[in-house]
Design a protein around this ligand. Structure first.
Ligand code: HEM
Ligand SMILES: *[C@@H]1O[C@H](CO)[C@@H](O)[C@H](O)[C@H]1NC(C)=O
Ligand SMILES: *[C@@H]1O[C@H](CO)[C@@H](O)[C@H](O)[C@H]1NC(C)=O
Ligand SMILES: *[C@@H]1O[C@H](CO)[C@@H](O)[C@H](O)[C@H]1NC(C)=O
Length: 540
């Protein structure tokens, strides 16, 4: 097949799909005629520049708003707690993840948690869950501290000369990768000593900014995935004459081969016995080792094949790294914007000796540290939305009625099969009706007082802190506690030894699967420069 033949068959294929879609769209349009929303301009919602639009939608529209998706098909942006509860818990089976999401994740990682549905997903989740239990987190916190102390020493070398401007996102990215490496895979990616280079880390850091650059591929993937076997699809990708797509493919290949190599090593150690396991990084306490042991003692029906275990590795590494590192970078940036809170938090941390090595329960209970994490995760969720697709005609009941286009009150919305619903993570986290008039302001102290009654009574379906940041239900973030402890360890160690100030460079947070900062809107290199200084009290 030549280029031209390939492209023209894809063109024919897309025309058929287009016609098919068009028929479905008319029905959806009629169903949502009464729901208001911004003027149709989907690019606004998904492009790198859409941060402001996403916030506008979250802050200034009713709890259910209408947007327009592919081929002009209306979709719903939902931040009403009762509707969200219906989507991700009560009527979860009517709202699976979209084809686009599942197939893109399959392309990226293979059959891991993010790329499976139904029974396969349930089995994977059952085998993985014990590795994320609180009990297990207690074993992992000391590993986190070791890594954070390496980070501290690495940073200390860089600021030896007083104040230095340092790209904190880069350090947080390396740290988050090393933390999921040691805690998740029992593998060390990066000694965090100086500017070391790691191929896997490099591939990952570029994945999400690269994904924003391949919109066509993202749109085509769900259709492409229906054609032929996997090997054929990989083969087809080779022919896409686009540098970004090729770069993307090489990132995926690097992730896969690195995960496989790590898996083979672990398998060999497990076969050799306990002695060999203890010699490994993390001494066999990492998540994948626990999964492999659980699998070995599971029944034939509940076990997972090798490729699904390898797929969990890339899944975990990717799901853990950018989310946590961008959140950590954002927390540090906010602390630089609020020197008073930074000072108070440092005092709390030093008072508790949290920069040294606390045990899980002590660290988890530092009140201001907890509040700063919660409040930043509330207003700055790294993923501002998630999507689901209605798999049948159904009804979304609302906690509070919304005003329709014709002025009528709507308290139930009929949803047509095939409708895309957007889980408005930011919208629900920042609703004034729930959190009060100051809902859009960053105020960690709100967590030190009882939460508003509305928040507590609304059955917001989030797994964490009445927030939608880690979503909820069967597909909630499995790593939320892991991530929270990671952030607490890193922040307490850094605050005990450094202070952070803003530079005068313009930091912009870009919309993507995970938000990331750049300098201005043109350059696409993720970075967050801050002025870092050794804390006076820590000099001696
Ligand atoms: C601030 C940090 C993090 C945030 C905000 C976050 C957020 C999320 C969200 C929103 C989802 C659901 C996606 C969807 O429904 O579309 C998710 C899923 C997931 N997260 Fe996280 N995550 C974070 C850190 C982590 C960490 C540290 C790990 C691993 C150690 C992790 C592992 C996963 C996995 C495996 C899934 C898929 C779960 C499933 O489908 O069963 N995440 N995360
Ligand atoms: C909007 O809702 C009102 C009240 O339920 C109903 O009378 C009206 O027909 C609806 N309009 C459309 C266009 O569906
Ligand atoms: C996991 O367990 C199942 C069932 O016991 C087994 O068939 C499978 O080979 C195991 N997978 C790995 C990677 O060891
Ligand atoms: C970090 O801060 C702690 C607490 O002030 C101090 O004991 C320790 O010596 C400092 N370490 C470094 C490397 O600066």
């Amino acid at each position: 097949m030549t280029f031209m033949e390939l492209w023209s068959s894809l063109l024919v294929l897309s025309s058929i799909i287009f016609a098919w879609q068009y028929l479905g769209i008319r029905k959806t349009r009629n169903a949502f005629q009464n729901v208001s929303g911004p003027a149709p301009a989907i690019a606004q919602f998904f492009s790198r520049d859409s941060t402001d639009f996403q916030s506008h939608l979250a802050f200034n529209y009713p709890a259910v708003a209408k947007l327009y998706g592919m081929f002009g098909r209306p979709m719903l942006y939902v931040s009403d707690p009762k509707a969200l509860y219906t989507i991700i818990i009560k009527d979860e089976s009517s709202f699976p993840e979209s084809d686009a999401f599942i197939s893109m994740n399959y392309l990226l990682f293979g059959h891991g948690l993010l790329a499976t549905l139904g029974e396969t997903h349930r089995k994977q989740r059952k085998l993985l869950s014990p590795a994320f239990s609180i009990n297990h987190m207690r074993h992992i916190v000391p590993i986190f501290y070791n890594v954070a102390h390496q980070l501290r020493d690495g940073l200390r070398k860089q600021v030896a000369g007083g104040t230095e401007e340092i790209d904190m996102l880069n350090w947080m990215g390396r740290t988050a990768l090393e933390l999921i490496g040691q805690g998740g895979l029992g593998y060390s990616f990066d000694p965090l000593v100086e500017d070391a280079h790691n191929e896997y880390g490099h591939a990952l850091k570029n994945l999400i900014p690269n994904l924003v650059q391949v919109p066509i591929l993202r749109l085509m993937v769900p259709y492409l995935m229906r054609v032929g076997p996997a090997a054929f699809r990989r083969f087809v990708l080779n022919f896409v004459p686009d540098g970004d797509v090729q770069r993307f493919k090489s990132i995926v290949d690097t992730m896969e081969s690195q995960s496989r190599a790590i898996f083979e090593k672990k398998k060999a150690a497990l076969l050799q016995g306990e002695e060999a396991v203890l010699q490994q990084v993390g001494e066999g306490k990492d998540i994948i080792s626990i999964l492999m042991r659980a699998n070995a003692s599971s029944s034939e029906a509940e076990g997972l094949p090798e490729d699904q275990i390898i797929a969990q590795m890339s899944t975990l590494v990717l799901a853990a790294t950018d989310t946590t590192s961008n959140t950590l970078a954002r927390i540090i940036e906010i602390l630089a914007e609020h020197p008073d809170v930074q000072e108070k938090l440092r005092a709390e941390v030093l008072d508790a000796h949290a920069g040294e090595s606390l045990v899980y329960d002590e660290l988890d209970q530092l009140p201001l540290l907890d509040s700063v994490c919660r409040e930043t995760l509330r207003l700055n969720p790294p993923a501002v939305f998630s999507t689901r697709v209605a798999s049948r005609d159904t009804i979304l009941p609302l906690a509070e009625p919304i005003v329709g286009v014709d002025g009528s009150l709507i308290s139930d919305i009929p949803v047509v099969k095939g409708t895309e619903v957007i889980i408005g993570i930011l919208g629900c986290n920042a609703r004034k009706e729930l959190w009060g008039e100051d809902a859009h302001e960053w105020k960690p102290e709100r967590w030190l007082a009882p939460l508003p009654e509305k928040v507590i009574k609304s059955t917001i379906p989030g797994v964490y802190a009445n927030l939608m940041t880690f979503v909820g239900g069967r597909r909630a973030c499995i790593g939320f506690k892991f991530s929270e402890m990671e952030m607490k360890v890193v922040l307490s160690v850094l605050l005990a030894n450094f202070t952070f100030e803003l530079t005068d460079k313009p930091i912009v947070w870009n919309a993507a699967a995970v938000r990331y900062p750049t300098l201005g809107r043109i350059d696409n290199k993720p970075q967050l420069p801050l002025k870092v200084r050794l804390y006076e009290g820590a000099k001696a």
